[in-house]
Design a protein around this ligand. Structure first.
Ligand code: GLN
Length: 239
């Protein structure tokens, strides 16, 4: 049988990676291996070129200071990232990177960190921190996790959100929306990390990447007993 491989780019692992976000990459690797598909994980840091033939890009959250460190580099990668997004590469951005995939993040001290405008949204820092456990309702079932951000994100009218808030603040604590989606690119405030305890959503990312690359996904079911237990524990935590 021909070996199937998926290439995962872990973007800005050094500067944008908090509250366990690396767990998202580990989960994708694990769920591919269990299906006999080989994951190839390539880190890409500030100053490095994006790898070729990437199937999935994963990037985490960060402090405002981490976002400042990657700002210029992200602008250099803007055209390439935009073309990958349009080409259907699967991208998962969490919190700080989600914000920078919008137009800009104006921090609470009024500094502007430029984004790359893949999502039609912008974020403004506030004096209030939106922090705590989150439950949302998405097309892929309930998602659970943890948020901690000062930024309040406003989606443009035509920009679809990712999910509806059941508990937590999400994009801004007012709109009832969480995250954003365009093509196969997802943005969310959910850390925790997101994918280990939301396996159906993890498989959605893999399905999209496999369909794009091989024309079919045929992901067999896995025993997700532990993942479902983790989900239940997370959803039972107080805000
Ligand atoms: N620094 C950003 C904010 O506070 C993002 C935080 C994060 O990634 N958790 O809004």
């Amino acid at each position: 049988m021909v070996e199937r491989r998926l290439t995962i780019c872990h973007l800005y692992h050094q500067n944008m990676n908090i509250y366990g976000d690396t767990g998202n990459v580990l989960t994708l690797e694990y769920r591919l291996r269990q299906r006999g598909i080989t994951p190839v994980v390539i880190p890409c840091e500030v100053g490095e070129g994006l790898p070729k033939d990437v199937d999935i890009i994963v990037a985490g959250g960060g402090q405002d200071s981490g976002q400042l460190v990657v700002e210029k580099d992200l602008q250099k990668k803007k055209a390439e990232l935009r073309s990958m997004v349009h080409d259907g590469v699967v991208v998962l951005t969490i919190c700080g990177t989600y914000q920078l995939f919008g137009h800009r993040f104006v921090t609470s001290d009024q500094g502007t960190i430029q984004g790359i405008g893949i999502f039609d949204l912008e974020t403004h820092g506030s004096s209030e921190r939106l922090i705590g456990n989150v439950i949302v309702d998405s097309e892929w079932g309930e998602l659970v996790g943890f948020e901690n951000h000062s930024g309040k994100t406003r989606l443009a009218p035509e920009q679809p959100g990712l999910a509806k808030i059941i508990q937590g603040a999400g994009n801004n604590g007012e709109s009832g929306e969480e995250g954003a989606i365009v093509f196969n690119t997802f943005g969310t405030y959910i850390h925790g990390p997101l994918l280990p305890k939301n396996p159906r959503f993890a498989d959605e990312l893999l399905t999209r990447a496999l369909q794009r690359k091989f024309g079919a996904a045929d992901l067999g079911p896995l025993d997700d007993t532990e993942e479902q237990k983790a989900h239940q524990v997370a959803r039972s935590r107080p805000r």
